[in-house]
Design a protein around this ligand. Sequence first.
Ligand SMILES: NC(=O)c1ccc[n+]([C@@H]2O[C@H](COP(=O)([O-])OP(=O)(O)OC[C@H]3O[C@@H](n4cnc5c(N)ncnc54)[C@H](OP(=O)(O)O)[C@@H]3O)[C@@H](O)[C@H]2O)c1
Length: 349
Amino acid sequence: MNMKIPVIIWGATGFTGGELLRIIARHPDMEVVGAVSRSKAGTPVGSVHPHLRFAYQDLNFISPEEGGEIDAGLVFLALPHKAAAETAKKRLSAGQKVVDLSADFRLRSHEQYRRWYETEHPCPELLKEAVYGLPELHRSEIAKADLVSGVGCNATSAIFALLPLANAGLIENARIECRVGSSEGGAEAKEGSSHSLRSRSLRVVSPFIHRHMAEVIQELSLPEDKISMTVTAVELVRGIQCLAHVTLNKTLREADIWKLYRAQWSKEPFVSVSPAKPAHFRIPDPKFVLGSNRILTGFALAEDGRRAIAASAIDNLIKGAAGSAVQSANIMYGKEETAGLEMMPIYPA
Ligand SMILES: NC(=O)c1ccc[n+]([C@@H]2O[C@H](COP(=O)([O-])OP(=O)(O)OC[C@H]3O[C@@H](n4cnc5c(N)ncnc54)[C@H](OP(=O)(O)O)[C@@H]3O)[C@@H](O)[C@H]2O)c1
């Protein structure tokens, strides 16, 4: 008999917590045994996530105190940073494996964490054992880890756009531009998420430097002074389109770049390279991946052979958060990496 891995989700009322609940509801090897919330303990999961009512008819949110008593092997933390690190420390000492979706364990040094998050790390001693939770980069380390970080959604989109060029040492500089949906900001109502204020705006959230740049620099080993990142909130609920405007350090032909992208991504179960034609499908559009763990990558090369647009599209709540987290957990437990994650994108969305 297949014994399912008992899973507990902290921050289960939030957007990424909801996506974890949705994915695990149909996961062949995992089962949610606890959904923790400070504000909704005692109320049904379906009262916050109405689309999941039928999947969790008997599951109520539980308090953090109750969550601490449940003996689940695997914990997902969908909490804000800092709160996540403190909870991770307790869960690890209770013998649980932790996948933390927050930013707390993404950077390798506490100096970098202090610099980018402008606060002291609550448990810097754990940074050395945490693995950056992007399976496409760290599969073998994730397989041995008890603590895996989540990924920054914008960072994920930039990494997928740029990895083939970065690995080939071809990037002279890159201006990364992410166009993002409102769910990036989480479920809590704030000025940035107010529908009246945000809808139909093109709001540049960060013109030049964004926290997620730290992950891109770390994971692609690129020099900081050669990278910038602009994040613009656009009229989307979900989805990120990343366009990285790259100056190449040598002249290339299109065929060279096709070769690099195909070699990098052909064996990855969730990554596709956009076709060259029709022209309007060449640059990845998040509309083609929404609701799925898929990543679309693509590129265009200018006639001079020195300027390229390296691009990607993801669903920020799935490949940029809950999907990568479940993919990592599958690897931690030696399960099929794609388990629970083979849903098709919805289209049109
Ligand atoms: N949204 C994205 O696209 C995305 C992508 C990648 C990574 N992430 C990361 O994933 C984490 C969760 O993001 P989200 O978008 O799901 O956020 P969210 O919708 O705001 O949900 C976070 C949940 O955490 C709980 N919470 C809030 N403050 C807390 C605190 N101080 N201590 C304990 N619990 C607290 C809240 O639930 P209760 O009040 O019910 O306890 C809340 O529902 C964040 O660290 C975020 O950076 C988000």
